[in-house]
Write a protein that binds this ligand. Structure first.
Ligand SMILES: NC(=O)c1ccc[n+]([C@@H]2O[C@H](COP(=O)([O-])OP(=O)(O)OC[C@H]3O[C@@H](n4cnc5c(N)ncnc54)[C@H](OP(=O)(O)O)[C@@H]3O)[C@@H](O)[C@H]2O)c1
Length: 286
């Protein structure tokens, strides 16, 4: 079993988590809709992640919908005291599996209660507000009303910490005027690096940056350079993609997703991979 503590830890809100975590989205059925073909396999992935030392899991009640959270509950409840489950609100699924905004005060409140019920928790440790200006990439626009609603639910004791997802730097600053923000989850990986200055800015403030699609998501990262560098390190391309993120900035926390125990083990092994400066330069130039 890999030693994931090699990747270090970081303070997420008020809890220290291993920088190598796990993203649960792939546990739902095809297209993140409906149940998985083999729920037992999904439960095995979650239990294996915890056995390997993962103590940061990313989820959302709109994965499935409800499926991923219920699998997490079935596999892991009662939760170990060091486990931080981060969820997100702001979207809902249509009957056609579409991803739609659900950001009115009533919808956000309902989403928090759905997460509490499906995860069987009294308090959600971290809730990310998922902006939906554009489903795939951040778009400017006020998120003040939504953050105020979540800050109110935080004051009621239903949420411990707030985070943001799919947001711009301006939206981060806007949210910070209303509430403390402990993490930002945006699309970022070796071939998608729009957030360089945001990552640095958050790092200076001790705020975690959690890239989604760290291995390319639905379109796995592939390039000749990635394969060549992996070969020279006697590693897999996915190891290199994840290890590059770990070395990119100390406030980056990883939540690679997989529905397979075998891939989970491969991904966790990236915690032990060190890429030297020359190879990093080569990767970044590609
Ligand atoms: N905030 C947001 O808007 C947002 C959006 C997307 C995702 N997320 C979160 O971010 C997490 C990570 O993103 P993601 O899961 O979409 O993408 P990802 O981690 O970049 O990649 C997952 C994909 O790579 C495959 N894979 C995983 N390990 C592999 C390996 N070792 N070898 C070959 N293929 C491998 C998976 O298939 P297998 O299942 O076959 O392994 C899956 O298709 C999600 O689980 C979710 O929690 C958040």
């Amino acid at each position: 079993m890999s030693n994931i503590t090699q990747a270090g830890s970081f303070l997420l809100g008020t809890r220290s988590v291993n920088r190598m975590g796990y993203g649960a989205m792939q546990l739902a059925g095809p297209g993140v809709f409906g149940p998985p073909k083999d729920p037992g396999a999904a439960i095995a992935v979650l239990r294996e992640a915890l056995a390997a030392g993962v103590n940061h899991i990313d989820t959302a009640d709109f994965y499935g919908p409800h499926v991923t959270n219920r699998l997490i509950r079935e596999a892991l409840h009662p939760y170990p005291s060091d486990l931080v489950i981060v969820t997100k609100v702001g979207a809902a699924r249509g009957h056609d599996a579409s991803w739609n905004p659900a950001q009115s005060p009533a919808e956000l409140t309902q989403a928090v209660h759905d997460n509490l019920r499906n995860l069987q928790l009294d308090v959600l440790e971290v809730v990310n507000f998922r902006a939906m200006g554009d489903v795939q990439s951040p778009t400017e626009g006020s998120i003040e009303e939504q953050i105020s609603v979540l800050a109110e639910l935080q004051q009621q004791g239903l949420i411990r910490h707030l985070g943001l997802s799919n947001v711009t730097q301006t939206q981060v600053r806007q949210a910070q005027k209303i509430a403390r923000i402990v993490c930002v989850q945006n699309h970022y990986n070796l071939s998608h690096r729009q957030d360089e200055s945001l990552i640095a800015d958050l790092g200076r403030q001790g705020i975690a940056y959690v890239p989604f699609f760290p291995m390319g998501g639905f379109t796995p990262l592939q390039s000749q350079t990635l394969s060549d560098v992996a070969k020279r390190l006697d590693a897999l391309p996915m190891h290199v993609a994840l290890a590059w993120l770990l070395q990119r900035a100390p406030n980056i926390l990883l939540i690679p997703g997989t529905s397979s125990v075998e891939h989970l083990r491969e991904n966790l092994a990236a915690s032990e991979l060190v890429i030297d400066r020359d190879l990093l330069t080569e990767l970044e130039a590609a």
